[in-house]
Design a protein around this ligand. Structure first.
Ligand code: ATP
Ligand code: MG
Length: 404
């Protein structure tokens, strides 16, 4: 196996490297072995930026964390989770590191959260619970072999061939969110599913109704994946029929690059829902949505029920109070130009005058108010009224007409 010590030192900020060395020395004194596992090792080998460094302790991470916190190293214990035996420590002002105990997990209820069977197992057993071989790579932080790469599952070969391979046959049945994780890594790392893994995924998706699925676990992965705004994720979602988590087979002709362009141009808050929403015009979301997310899907369904608009005023009224995300999906699906006309030219048109100005103009509050303000808006959208004075003049004229 190769030693990645130099690579690690180059890839991480100096204070992180110093902290890892400190942990290494403390682990030696305390008598446990510690490792980096998963995404961080994968990204180190791929030469990608590393954002978070978690440490896996071959033993009890809480005991080790307490040793570090009480050992005069200037380390503070921030959090402990006793059931999982994990701990968070802060090193100085800026750096926080999670410490996890090695563990074996099982899925008594398939598709739902795992239970922990055993804690403090060997690192080679710990990696068996991981999603893909490339995410099961281990890097030793121990004094005797600091930086040594340990590959128990063939992850290095798969990494070299840009392949995502599950660790066992039942992996997707245990945890279907791994299917969406596979999509995320396919899009982000430009990896592909290895043929047997793709077969297991196909088999899972073709028998979806036989399985129990915790959709809340899926949601977080869907958000992470589609928020990347990578068209390939959307294309694979269709090609590999991952939409079956939400809807049955159907025809959808949407250009993924168009979605990306729309998102880049109009910058909606919920990027992920622009992608997923394309499948939810007819389908059901299946996981809990926030109020604002629910509104997007309700708006979208409404847009498809209403008759498409033609003149400026009806375009304005058609899209008024409709969420940006739903307008973008509607445009991508129908190519109805009114959507972009609204966003580009009309949505920011606002009247200078208000109901109060109507009253000041001598008009008594009544149900005619809205009618008059709409007439005013219609005129304004035609480009005729530019200033507040123009609007007031128009108002007074309309009121006079009404009084006749
Ligand atoms: P990212 O760069 O997106 O953070 P990552 O591989 O670090 O990628 P995390 O979600 O941070 O992914 O998880 C850290 C590690 O935990 C993974 O590398 C993997 O080994 C393991 N893991 C995470 N989610 C699962 C899962 N659903 N099933 C099995 N192992 C998982
Ligand atoms: Mg990570």
């Amino acid at each position: 196996m190769s030693n990645l010590k130099e690579k690690l030192i180059k890839a991480l900020p100096v204070e992180v490297v110093d902290t890892l060395k400190l942990c290494s020395q403390a682990a030696e004194e305390f008598g446990v072995r510690i490792y980096l596992v998963g995404g961080v090792v994968r990204d180190l080998l791929l030469g990608r930026d590393i954002f978070d460094v978690d440490i896996t302790v071959e033993g009890d991470a809480v005991d080790f964390a307490n040793y570090l916190a009480n050992g005069g190293f200037g380390v503070r214990l921030l959090q402990v989770q006793n059931d999982l035996r994990t701990a968070k420590l802060s090193f100085g002002d800026k750096l926080e590191i999670d410490f996890a105990s090695t563990r074996i997990e099982s899925y008594p209820v398939k598709g739902h959260l795992p239970v922990v069977d055993s804690i403090g197992v060997s690192i080679s057993d710990d990696v068996k619970r991981r999603d893909f071989t490339v995410n099961a790579l281990v890097l030793s932080l121990n004094h005797s072999d600091f930086g040594e790469l340990l590959d128990y599952v063939g992850g290095v070969d798969d990494l070299q061939n840009s392949l995502l391979r599950v660790l066992h046959e039942g992996s997707f049945v245990d945890d279907p969110s791994r299917i969406i994780r596979g999509l995320k890594f396919s899009a982000r790392l430009e990896f592909s599913l290895e043929p047997e893994t793709l077969r297991l995924q196909d088999e899972y998706l073709s028998r979806l109704s036989d399985f129990d699925i915790s959709y809340s676990r899926l949601k977080s992965e869907i958000i992470q994946t589609f928020s990347l705004n990578i068209p390939k994720a959307f294309e694979l979602f269709i090609q590999q029929k991952l939409y079956r988590f939400f809807v049955s087979d159907f025809e959808l002709e949407i250009n993924s690059s168009l979605l990306k362009r729309l998102i880049d141009c109009y910058k909606p808050q919920n990027i992920w829902l622009v992608y997923l929403g394309c499948f939810l015009v007819v389908g059901d979301c299946k996981f809990d949505l926030k109020k604002s997310e629910k509104k997007i899907l309700q708006d979208l369904k409404m847009l498809f029920i209403k008759k498409p608009p033609f003149d400026n005023f009806s375009v304005y009224k058609f899209y008024e109070n409709t969420s940006l995300e739903s307008i973008l999906i509607y445009y991508a699906m129908t190519k109805n130009k009114s959507a972009l006309h609204y966003l580009d030219d009309l949505r920011d048109v606002k009247l200078f005058v208000s109901g109060e100005d109507l009253i000041a103009a001598g008009f008594k509050p009544s149900c005619e108010f809205k009618k008059i303000l709409d007439l005013l808006l219609e005129e304004k959208l035609s480009g005729a009224l530019l200033t507040k004075e123009d609007e007031i003049k128009f108002l007074k004229f309309q009121i006079k007409q009404l009084k006749k």
